[in-house]
Design a binder for this molecule. Structure first.
Ligand code: MN
Length: 722
């Protein structure tokens, strides 16, 4: 044991020496100060392995030195568990090492004393805090990753259960973070360490297989390297070529994806060619392909199109004279550094006075944006899901009709794309074409899809859209829209209802003047909120009337008692073509899903804030549990003689020249107006969609019969949206 403080000292000396090399101007005395402070703070604390606790902290700093991080980050790494596990507090760190260091330490400190007992909620809250601190200072994520890396390296000392849980969390959260920030160096190791814990059988199978064929592979590499080096030299391209075994987890993923055994994974090994300039990359690729034929579909140009984490490289799989396949990566040394270090490279360039090499600013802006969208999300699960899909998951690239490229998370739908273009496009979206074909708004977009959004003049979001979209941006806009539009509609309806009831009760009161006090008495901060509550059905209008002055109490009483019988017995004529039991002048809308017309038997459903919607009795949407019996209301037709209704018809027919003409001829003869029409054909079948004006069901049936007689027509359907 006594050798371990010495070990810490040795590691610290190593850190100091390397900082001296890559950052000679740094104030290295502060490093020693932090070393002594943290060592003293953790004095006597041991890890499960029996090692002194401080060995962990100094190792985390050591990992970050490999990433060539700045001095503040290294200090924060040494102190990263001080606030959590020792008597020192945030302010102690501020006083000694400044607020930048203290804030980084705070960012990686677990949240303690959380109210949520729920494990999931606690996890999400901790996670939200981490994301917040990363957005404030992205160096936090590097410390957190290095911390996790050392914990994974020493995981064997924990119980089986803890090992499983930590490895799973590493795979689910930390690996995606490392990947997103482009830190391949840490990502691969974390992935392989977690893989070993989660699927030990598979891990050791791959390890054995690789060891058995090691010498064979080494010979192969030699055979390839010599001609490759020679030909590169001839063209004057300076390069360094290395062979490296693939990481176990990536081999495993390949075996799983292609359902093959290890012996059939042909590129267990990869070659890397590092050159000086971007042009050299393409020269080298050309040279490589003249020596070894490429597997043509496996060339990837991440130089022209970098990955979102800014990774750049050329990838090609080539065939060797021995009939083996091998993956080759070609990149400049700058691209290589960025590929290995990701955002960590940023501080290197920063200290060297260079530019922001890794698009860090964009990443941070994006994180902040995502967090702003998520502000109103209270469900921890949803928060994590959206965060994962918006920021961490794989992405797809899609094209607008104008050829602009848009990046969306994998699984995104055309509706996400619509909101990505502009919230207005999203709101007015009615459908989408992907690669020229009409698709469902729910369909997932694929890489390279060309997406065109169909819009209407008026916005039409609905709550069901929240299930369709995957991006935080779209969810945020839809939620906001639903909130404000519903509110406005409810206010208007509430006002209508109360005005009507005041008149009925012979109360000569003005809503805006006389109901303000009532609203306050009833606990509403403003009148509109009371009106909205009435309009949405959350507050019974009779209760409001009852609150009015005692002078009016008896009148209010009348309204209250009248309630039930009135609703049951009175049938009053509305101005819109249906009578609604007991209610005057209520807003009536015809359900768009089934488009009822006089003659259809109908059912009324009280909606939140949109009056009564009228459905056909057989409409499949009525089986929705949200439209249960307590929201039904009796309605009947009461049509003015000249009133017409719109019906959408879908006619399928054998494709022939004058089909459309013949159909419209028939409609003309029966004096039926066509409001709009659409024609499409696929193979020899064509589909005619017509919106026609009819007075009633009787009339519609006659029309259907005559259209049915048109040559080639195979079926006619009344539109019903499911
Ligand atoms: Mn730690």
């Amino acid at each position: 044991m006594s050798s371990q403080p010495k070990l810490c000292q040795t590691i610290m000396e190593g850190i100091w020496e390397r900082v001296e090399v890559f950052n000679p101007q740094a104030d290295k005395d502060r490093l020693w100060e932090a070393f002594h402070f943290a060592q003293e703070a953790h004095e006597g604390q041991k890890r499960k392995s029996g090692d002194p606790f401080f060995l962990h902290a100094i190792t985390v700093a050591n990992i970050l030195t490999d990433l060539r991080m700045d001095v503040d980050t290294l200090i924060a790494a040494m102190l990263h568990d001080v606030v959590e596990d020792t008597p020192y507090a945030h302010q102690d760190i501020v006083d000694r090492f400044g607020s930048e260091v203290a804030n980084m330490v705070n960012g990686v400190t677990k949240i303690s004393g959380l109210k949520e007992v729920n494990k999931e909620a606690r996890k999400a809250e901790t996670y939200r805090k981490l994301v917040l601190s990363i957005a404030n200072d992205p160096r936090t994520v590097l410390i957190k990753l290095a911390d996790r890396l050392h914990n994974m390296r020493t995981i064997e000392f924990l119980s089986q259960d803890r090992q499983q849980a930590i490895a799973q969390e590493t795979m689910d959260v930390y690996v995606p973070f490392a990947n997103r920030f482009g830190i391949a160096k840490i990502k691969w190791e974390l992935e392989d360490l977690a893989f070993k814990v989660l699927l030990p059988g598979k891990y050791f199978e791959i390890e054995r297989g690789i060891n058995q064929t090691r010498s064979e592979r080494e010979r192969l590499i030699k055979k390839l390297l010599i001609p490759l080096r020679e030909s590169m030299e001839k063209t004057g391209v300076k390069c360094v070529i290395t062979g490296r075994p693939k990481h176990f987890y990536s081999i495993y993923r390949k075996m799983e994806a292609q359902e093959i055994g290890l012996e059939r994974v042909y590129d267990l090994l990869a070659l890397r060619i590092i050159v000086e300039t971007k042009a050299d990359c393409y020269h080298a690729l050309g040279e490589l392909h003249t020596l070894f034929p490429p597997l043509s579909d496996r060339i990837k140009d991440f130089i022209a199109t970098p990955k979102p984490n800014m990774y750049q490289s050329l990838h090609s799989t080539v065939r060797t004279p021995q009939g083996k396949y091998i993956e080759v990566q070609i990149r400049t040394d700058k691209m290589h550094e960025r590929a290995e270090l990701g955002i960590a490279a940023h501080w290197r360039y920063k200290e060297g006075g260079g530019t922001d090499a890794v698009g860090l600013g964009e990443m941070v802006t994006m994180l902040r944006q995502i967090m702003a969208w998520q502000e109103d999300v209270s469900d921890p699960r949803e928060y994590m899901d959206t965060m994962m899909s918006d920021f961490l998951r794989d992405e797809v690239f899609v094209f607008s009709p104008g050829g602009d490229v848009f990046q969306l998370p994998a699984g995104a739908t055309p509706l996400d794309f619509a909101f990505r273009i502009h919230s207005e496009v999203g709101f007015r979206c009615t459908g989408a074409k992907v690669n020229g074909r009409i698709v469902s708004l729910r369909s997932e977009l694929g890489n390279g899809d060309s997406v065109e959004i169909l819009t209407s003049k008026t916005p039409n979001p609905s709550a069901s859209w929240l299930d369709i979209v995957k991006t935080g941006r779209a969810k945020h806009h839809i939620r906001r829209w639903l909130k404000t539009s519903r509110f406005a509609e409810s206010v208007a309806l509430g006002r209508q209802i109360l005005e009507r009831e005041l008149t009925r009760a012979h109360l000569h009161l003005k809503i805006d003047a006389d109901l303000v006090d009532v609203a306050q008495e009833m606990g509403y901060s403003e009148l509109d909120k009371l009106l909205a509550a009435v309009g949405s059905g959350d507050l019974n209008h009779a209760k409001v009337i009852g609150r009015l002055t005692p002078r009016n109490a008896s009148a209010a009483e009348k309204v209250l008692t009248r309630g039930k019988e009135l609703y049951d017995s009175l049938l009053r004529r509305s101005s819109t073509g249906v009578r609604v039991a007991g209610v005057d002048n209520l807003m009536v809308i015809y359900a768009r899903c089934c488009q009822p017309i006089p003659g259809d038997s109908i059912v009324g459903v009280i909606t939140r804030g949109r009056g009564v919607s009228v459905h056909r009795a057989g409409c499949s949407n009525l089986s929705d549990p949200n439209l249960g019996p307590e929201r039904r209301i009796e309605v009947s037709w009461d049509v003015a003689p000249d009133q017409t209704f719109l019906v959408k018809l879908i006619i399928q027919a054998v494709d022939r020249k004058s089909l459309l003409m013949d159909v419209s001829e028939v409609l003309n003869l029966s004096n039926t107006n066509i409001q709009s029409g659409n024609f499409s054909s696929e193979g020899d079948l064509s589909t005619v969609t017509l919106v026609v004006e009819v007075k009633n069901l009787n009339k519609l049936e006659k029309i259907l019969t005559s259209i049915g007689k048109v040559r080639g027509v195979q079926s006619i359907q009344r539109y019903q949206l499911n």
